[in-house]
Design a protein around this ligand. Structure first.
Ligand code: IVH
Length: 655
């Protein structure tokens, strides 16, 4: 069965039909039910959890990646120790207590001190080889240092996203009218599945390693020693892990970190308690799912109840209404909570949140608390279902709700709320990157009438005196700001385009449009059809861009930006590759040697081609690397052209 699993999942070259494999699996399940002792953790039947994603090579873990059993209170933790005592006899035991980070586990493989592989947990037996993504995590050393680095080493750890990064990412998503992510854990695991390692690098993921799985020739006798050794090799271990003599110290550690968890820059959901001695660990062994020498002590969810005083509507950059519950302030997880987002009117209706209601709120992985539910027994008489306002609360324009959209919006593009949000967006780091132009300053500039739109920013120099007169502004900071504004004139076209705040034009769409058209004027004149012909640009984006540039006031705005000297063209030097692959589709299979898959993909896309994951009649060519999968056969079957890596390079070079 293992051989067939390998042929199926790893080599992509099955030799037997799926039904035949299913029959084998049923037979094994029956056997294991009869002889439970023989059901090892790495048995093909013991696969639990998520399936590996298809887009990465599969890696079979040499040692299965298990999960941990949970306990929720002191008593259950004492039970754990009793079970340990029953197996190894009652004796003083050293434990290692480690903060349990809520992220995703990752195996790192080193050979001769070099990182050769990073693998996700997958289903515990097979994971995704996400090496390029792991390399993009800065806290993963690419080479080890120090004394006695083993020839072969496998360590495991937790990849996670610090809270501040999570908040920033969600803010950007909300700006683009995308659903915010639920919690940092989801973002971390989503990011590790990205096929573009650049995304990973930008996200700011981190890792803490917590176990040595294989260390050829290194005699390590305990978990505590393992942490020390890993640290010595330059790996990042959790700085607060502690060697505890006896369960009492473990319990103190758990209580201490339950208090301190809110001060951390990332989420922990408990403490991992491990018997330190490897000899004892070996004696204790494993159940089919968990080690018997370790357990997770989980903290309770952080919830509170409070009363909804009002439900206010916030108006975003594109006029979108977001209902926000204003609450009686309650302490929760280290801060005082006075507001909770309700996302959109449908959500309010679904939960039937009303003014006056007592609600249960929760701070999960995410920092913005959410309303879990209404405590109906506490609903006062005479409440009414919440109705979204008919008019924009800021400019009183009649709100509109288009068909198929969940959100109501303010249609007035000059609505002060929208103008303010747009200016903030324009100045942000991922758009025009105007350092020093933060939210407070944007507000002041608008209030004093120093700017009304983006273009006015580039005339601020003429009003330097008024600028200095602003609160908290001095000669030096004003001049710095003016310098930064000046510098922003030469940002790339994609940043300017994203910065304009056109509905549905996020960072990626802006990049694709800029790459295709290379001049803002060309985008301004482009017919919807031409935009839609760009791979990944859909009708919604295309129509939104068209509508934006069709508005007279926007055309004037663009003209004024150009007048002020803002760059609106992509430089035409070497960067502009000829579109020699326009309309062509490529599939990559097997390992490429001269470039990574991502590089090959980028090079093909830069020339107007597409890279898809499966071979069909529409495929122009399949690029066949080393150890190709079944896609190479499929190409032969369909009569699709096959290219070696060299041939691809020639085509790229000649382009
Ligand atoms: S040890 C067999 N140590 O928690 C050993 N896990 O609920 C299993 N985790 O899958 C893992 N911090 O993703 C261990 N210091 C730590 C950990 C940790 C977080 C995660 C890990 C594991 C899950 C189990």
């Amino acid at each position: 069965m293992r051989r067939h699993e390998h042929l199926y999942y790893v080599a992509d070259q099955p030799e037997i039909a799926d039904a035949e494999y299913d029959r084998l699996e049923r037979e094994l399940r029956d056997l294991e039910a009869q002889f439970p002792d023989l059901a090892t953790p790495d048995s093909p039947t013991q696969r639990v959890g998520e399936k590996p994603s298809e887009s990465f090579p599969t890696w079979v873990h040499r040692v299965p990646m298990l999960s941990l059993d949970n306990t929720y209170n002191e008593e259950e933790l004492r039970e754990f120790e009793k079970r340990v005592f029953r197996q190894v006899g009652e004796r003083p035991i050293d434990y290692v207590a480690e903060p349990k980070i809520d992220g995703l586990s990752m195996a790192l493989h080193y050979e001769d001190g070099r990182l050769v592989r990073g693998v996700t947990r997958g289903d515990g037996v097979r994971g995704d080889d996400v090496t390029p993504n792991v390399r993009a995590i800065k806290s993963v050393p690419l080479t080890l240092r120090g004394e006695g680095v083993p020839r072969r080493l496998e360590v495991r750890g937790e990849v996670f996203l610090p809270r501040a990064r999570f908040d920033a990412i969600n803010r950007e998503r909300e700006e683009r009218e995308e659903e915010p992510y639920a919690n940092p854990r989801n973002v971390a695991s989503g990011t590790m599945k990205s096929l573009d390692a650049r995304v990973v690098a930008l996200r700011g993921l981190r890792i803490y390693v917590y176990s040595v799985v294989e260390a050829e020739g290194a005699a390590i006798r305990s978990q505590w020693e393992a942490l020390e050794r890993m640290r010595g090799w330059g790996l990042k271990t959790h700085p607060d892990s502690r060697l505890c003599h006896g369960l009492g110290e473990v319990l103190a550690f758990c209580a201490e970190w339950q208090q301190k968890r809110d001060d951390l820059q990332y989420d922990i959901d408990g403490v991992v308690v491990k018997v330190s001695s490897f000899a004892l660990q070996e004696e204790l062994g494993y159940t089919s799912k968990f080690p018997r020498w370790a357990i997770a002590y989980k903290y309770p969810a952080r919830q509170a109840t409070t009363v909804v005083r009002t439900i206010e509507v916030y108006v975003g950059r594109t006029g979108k209404f977001t209902p926000v519950a204003h609450l009686d302030p309650v302490p929760l997880a280290g801060s005082t909570v006075a507001r909770a987002t309700l996302h959109n009117e449908e959500e309010v209706a679904r939960k039937d949140v009303r003014v006056g209601d007592t609600v249960l709120i929760e701070k999960g992985g995410d920092v913005i608390p959410k309303v879990v539910k209404v405590v109906e027994a506490k609903r006062p008489p005479d409440t009414e279902p919440w109705a979204p306002p008919e008019k924009c609360p800021i400019c009183q324009t009649l709100a509109v709700k288009s068909e198929g959209e969940v959100d109501r919006r303010c249609p007035n593009a000059s609505c002060p709320a929208q103008v303010e949000q747009r200016l903030r967006h324009f100045a942000r780091r991922d758009t025009m990157d105007i350092e020093g132009l933060g939210d407070v300053l944007v507000h002041q500039l608008l209030e004093k009438g120093l700017v009304r739109d983006f273009a006015d920013l580039y005339h601020l120099r003429e009003r330097r005196d008024e600028l200095i007169a602003l609160e908290r502004m001095a000669d030096k900071s004003a001049d710095n700001l003016l310098l930064q504004i000046e510098a922003s004139k030469s940002r790339e076209l994609r940043r300017l385009l994203y910065g304009l705040g056109i509905r549905f034009v996020g960072e990626r769409a802006a990049m694709l449009l800029a790459r295709h058209f290379r001049r803002l004027d060309a985008i301004a004149e482009a017919p919807v059809e031409e935009m839609e012909s760009i791979y990944e640009i859909g009708p919604v984006v295309a129509r939104s861009v068209r509508e934006w540039f069709d508005r007279e006031e926007n055309r004037r705005l663009v003209a004024r930006l150009k007048e002020a000297g803002v760059r609106t063209e992509e430089p035409t030097t070497a960067a502009a590759a000829e579109q020699t692959f326009k309309g062509q589709q490529f599939v990559l299979t097997g390992m490429l040697e001269r470039m990574t898959r991502d590089e090959a993909r980028a090079a093909i896309e830069a020339r107007g081609g597409r890279v898809t994951s499966s071979v069909s009649k529409k495929t122009t060519a399949v690029v066949v690397g080393k150890d190709p999968g079944s896609k190479a056969d499929k190409a032969a079957e369909l009569g699709v052209r096959r290219l070696t890596e060299e041939e691809l390079a020639t085509l790229l070079g000649g382009g």
